[in-house]
Design a protein around this ligand. Structure first.
Ligand SMILES: Cc1cc2nc3c(=O)[nH]c(=O)nc-3n(C[C@H](O)[C@H](O)[C@H](O)COP(=O)(O)OP(=O)(O)OC[C@H]3O[C@@H](n4cnc5c(N)ncnc54)[C@H](O)[C@@H]3O)c2cc1C
Ligand code: FES
Length: 508
């Protein structure tokens, strides 16, 4: 999601990432083309270009202008779903590989930072996992034992933490987690890729991709990239209509950032086991005169199925003030989207249904920083023809019968969204749309997405999502049109900013 086109700014956005290549003005041939310059795309580009492959990265915004600039950047091997669930879905050996791969991802980030001398506020910190309110405390102990079986032998139960207490009843301490400034990291990574000969072209939209022995990518600007391999790292794939999108669901998550006095909250990662869960961390912020920023997130809901971002941020604030009484004024508020896979693990590898030289990285949940780094290591091995022990675990073609309940539930939810075709609009007349606001209106058999800009001028688009034709909904906090089915997002004027749709809302 591009900062220029949405309603909020994350704490990281001040540190913009400069483009490292001149504008793309001709067609090109390359070993590997990567679409998407978020953490998944650039970590893959870094590994491959440093191993001598010729690499071209295309992004239709700036570097890291998607979800990577909206993250909270916890770097953790305490998997979101919890090791109890991961072990149930993927077995004890699978859980070991999960712990191993996320630990390796944090180590890889640290190694790159040291090798490339990146100043990006990287710090090793502890992570503290608290129970959900009212939850039986045995669940925490079960989680500790499952983490232990997964190989995280240094996870311990702490009865009285020295820092904040999110919920009473003790917590688990996960040592050796980390945090960093994601945009400073991405800026350094982009420069390292350029030094290794990789080329990153920004503001270039990949319009169509055709698989085959040689993959062909046509850009909106009319240039053709021919490549031996293609990596689609667009957060949610733009080259797949169905298969992958039935295996993951898009959720919007909210974040607030408030000043706190320096050193009043120990620098650590904090989460609870609520559903949806809360997450918190501390960030040193140059603009805060010795103060720090407490970043708190949560209040997730299915994308496009609620428009109450302000209330959700207020609930986050109330939750946080109770647990962090030193909190001062709110300085930041933003939201973003995570792709929740049905079985808790990202989908990384060969794209089902395409030739074997087309790869995707998606389904990264709230662990997209480490999942993105895993994508960089795993896809590099696949392209280089090396065996990788994580390949089967993350294979996008995998079938998990044990997660069939979630699969059915999420896909029934998608099917229910088509009822929007026959419902009335949000309002009766466009005269009732205030300035800088959008609404869906019925126009005979059609539905229109109408935005009234700050000057009062109306912009009308079809409300039908170009992906699989659900009806989009207005997001008052981000000023975007969001699709309730698979999470496509469009700016106020209908320009696509998040897949799986790859074209704009059509003109009326
Ligand atoms: C609020 C929030 C908090 C989070 N907190 C954490 C956390 O604490 N820890 C963690 O590990 N993860 C977290 N995540 C998840 C993590 O931030 C994301 O999963 C990760 O950044 C996704 O990276 P990506 O490279 O897959 O996608 P993106 O960063 O979204 O990059 C995809 C890129 O593809 C480009 N693109 C799309 N379509 C096209 C096209 N057709 N042509 C050209 N370019 C295209 C986009 O412009 C974009 O730049 C959080 C996410 C959110 C929203
Ligand atoms: S994202 Fe699939 S129908 Fe809109």
């Amino acid at each position: 999601m591009n900062k220029n086109v949405t309603g909020t700014q994350s704490i990281w956005m001040g540190a913009g990432v400069e483009s490292t290549s001149p504008p793309l003005d001709r067609s090109l041939e390359t070993d590997v083309c990567i679409v998407g310059a978020g953490i998944a795309g650039l970590s893959t580009a870094y590994s491959l270009s440093c191993e001598g492959k010729s690499v071209v990265v295309l992004d239709d915004g700036p570097v890291a202008g998607g979800m990577t600039e909206r993250t909270t950047a916890h770097l953790s091997n305490a998997i979101d779903e919890g090791y109890v669930t991961i072990e149930r879905l993927h077995g004890e050996q699978g859980a070991r590989l999960v712990a191993d791969s996320h630990t390796a991802a944090i180590n890889r980030i640290e190694t790159i930072i040291a090798a490339e001398r990146l100043a990006c506020d990287f710090e090793r910190v502890d992570g503290f996992l608290f129970p959900a309110p009212g939850q039986q405390l045995e669940r925490l102990e079960e989680e500790r034992l499952a983490a232990l079986r997964a190989g995280l032998t240094d996870v311990v139960r702490v009865e009285r933490p020295s820092g904040p207490v999110l919920e009473p009843g003790g917590c688990l301490r996960f040592p050796n987690q980390a945090q960093f400034h994601p945009l400073k990291f991405m800026a350094g990574l982009a420069q390292a890729i350029a030094r290794c000969g990789g080329r990153i072209f920004t503001n270039i939209h990949a319009e169509t991709v055709k698989d085959g022995k040689q993959v062909t990518i046509e850009t909106r600007q009319g240039h053709i990239i021919r490549a031996q391999s293609l990596v689609v790292a667009t957060n949610t794939p733009i080259n797949d209509m169905f298969v992958v999108h039935t295996k993951q669901a898009s959720y919007t998550t909210y974040v607030i950032g408030a000043g706190v006095p320096k050193d009043s909250v120990p620098t650590a990662l904090y989460w609870d086991q609520a559903d949806p869960y809360h997450y918190a961390r501390i960030q040193k912020d140059a603009s805060t005169d010795g103060h720090e920023v407490l970043i708190v997130g949560g209040e997730d809901h299915k994308t496009g199925q609620a428009d109450d971002g302000d209330e959700r941020c207020q609930r986050l604030e109330r939750w946080a003030r109770k647990r962090f009484p030193m909190m001062e004024q709110i300085k930041y508020r933003w939201s973003g989207q995570v792709m929740e896979p049905m079985d808790g693990l990202a989908l990384i590898g060969r794209n089902p249904g395409d030739a074997s030289n087309v790869y995707v990285a998606t389904g990264d949940s709230g662990m997209g920083m480490t999942h993105g780094m895993i994508a960089g290591m795993l896809i590099t091995d696949l392209i280089q023809g090396r065996t990788n022990g994580w390949a089967e675990l993350y294979d996008p073609s995998r079938k998990s019968l044990k997660s069939i309940g979630t699969f059915v539930q999420e896909n029934v939810n998608v099917a229910a969204q088509y009822a929007d075709w026959i419902s009335s609009g949000d309002i009766e007349s466009e005269d009732h749309i205030p300035k800088d606001t959008g609404a869906v209106l019925r126009n005979g058999a059609q539905k229109m997405a109408v935005y009234r800009d700050e000057d009062g001028q109306l912009h009308r688009r079809s409300a039908v999502c170009p992906h699989l034709k659900c009806i989009v909904a207005w997001d008052s906090m981000e000023h975007t049109w969001n699709c309730p089915c698979h999470g496509s997002r469009f700016d106020a004027y209908g320009k696509v900013i998040n897949g799986p749709a790859n074209s704009d809302l059509s003109q009326i």
